[in-house]
Design a protein around this ligand. Structure first.
Ligand SMILES: [Fe+2]
Length: 202
């Protein structure tokens, strides 16, 4: 069974002015579509065709680079679209807020750590908030399309928030100013969605 690209859960211009319409169109329809197409090509005729994307990325060391890059790309972008919303930007409440305060001291500290993780990732990659096997929140970054679910990840865990810091995520509007993008994206992060993922992960 081939993987397919799911439609965005909102309009391409929904995240304006923080993330522009053209970036969203190209990012979803071209970049994410390419990850899906190339993943399908890479696993054609193999047992991986029967697996979920989670099961593939959790055992990524068994696969060739094309699966690592495109399987990671498909998983990461599928997550990314769902944690953004035009109604985002409202800091979390409840259990997730308590856990953030316990792990990082405050929401502002978490934000700073995520921005730092994204800004200092050399080249292309992602900044992550994930839940470790023993239920702790942790911030990390990965290169390329790797993610914390990978069995070879430096910091392993279940991702509940991923911030794409590839230039294709911000270059049209922010050019070389990745920190500007990393500030603005916090206006559209949907912490309710992140909280749902946290509840499911811990
Ligand atoms: Fe991307």
């Amino acid at each position: 069974m081939a993987f397919t690209l799911t439609a965005l859960p909102y309009a391409f211009d929904a995240l304006e002015p923080h993330i522009d319409k053209l970036t969203m169109e190209i990012h979803h329809d071209k970049h994410h579509q390419a990850y899906v197409d190339n993943l399908n090509k890479a696993i054609a005729g193999t047992e991986a065709e029967q697996l979920s994307i989670e099961d593939i990325v959790k055992n990524i060391s068994k696969y060739p680079p094309a699966v690592r890059n495109n399987g990671g790309g498909h998983y990461n972008h599928s997550l990314f679209w769902t944690i953004l919303s035009k109604d985002g930007g409202v800091p979390p409440t409840g259990e997730l807020a308590t856990a953030i305060d316990a792990a990082f001291g405050s929401f502002d500290e978490l934000k700073k750590k995520l921005q730092e993780a994204g800004a200092t990732r050399f080249g292309s990659g992602w900044a992550w908030l994930s839940v470790s096997a023993d239920g702790k929140l942790q911030v990390s970054s990965t290169p390329n399309q790797d993610n914390p679910l990978f069995d070879i990840a430096e910091v392993k865990g279940t991702p509940i928030l991923g911030i794409d810091v590839w230039e294709h995520a911000y270059y049209l509007k922010y050019q070389n100013k990745r920190p500007g993008y990393l500030e603005e994206i916090f206006n559209v992060i949907d912490w309710k969605k992140v909280a749902e993922r946290y509840a499911a992960a811990k």
